[in-house]
Design a protein. Structure first.
Length: 179
């Protein structure tokens, strides 16, 4: 609007008195560990005695920085092992009875995640566990469903972390930003 006033397209800015009239949305940051605590975290993760699949989910979260739902809903056909790439689709095929399973990328566009050697090794281990199933992280009680949204946070709590104040599964993305 200022541009329009300065270039004589309009006489005055009708939005100039709007300051404070609209409330702004507060951004909610998920709890994340500072990088100085990463060695401690990796030691606790190495000592974690829960399910191997859960440990791999936590490690892949750290290596890829994808949203927790993107990881939980991942399908093997999204991975190109020759090129070490993960193509997270804009939208996925829905899994009957699984809420939000159609979700792909939050921004509704395909996202390409380069996979490190470490991530590729973890995927190899995971493939041995999940076999020919469609999902990387099938559910405990029903392999046609996905891993629970609480699984990673439960593992973090088992490792001694408060998922409300210290670190949560989604907080790994915050760690990537170097908060």
């Amino acid at each position: 609007m200022r541009y329009a006033v300065q270039n004589d397209y309009i006489d005055s800015n009708p939005a100039s008195d709007m300051a404070g009239a609209l409330s702004t949305t507060k951004v909610r940051h998920y709890p994340a560990l500072p990088s100085s605590r990463l060695p401690e975290f990796l030691s606790r993760l190495a000592a974690y005695r829960g399910r191997v699949m859960t440990r791999i989910a936590v490690e892949l979260s750290l290596l890829t920085f994808v949203r927790s739902s993107e990881l939980r809903f991942a399908r093997w056909n999204e991975f190109d092992f020759d090129k070490a790439l993960w193509r997270v689709p804009a939208k996925r095929e829905e899994i009957k009875g699984v809420r939000y399973s159609y979700r792909g990328m939050k921004m509704k566009e395909e996202h390409i995640v380069p996979l490190s050697r470490q991530a590729m090794n973890l995927l190899g281990q995971l493939k041995q566990i999940s076999g020919d199933r469609k999902l990387l992280f099938p559910g405990d009680h029903d392999a046609t469903k996905v891993m629970s949204e609480n699984t990673v946070n439960n593992a973090l709590r088992a490792m001694g972390y408060d998922t409300k104040t210290e670190v949560c599964g989604h907080g790994f993305r915050t760690m990537a930003r170097g908060h």
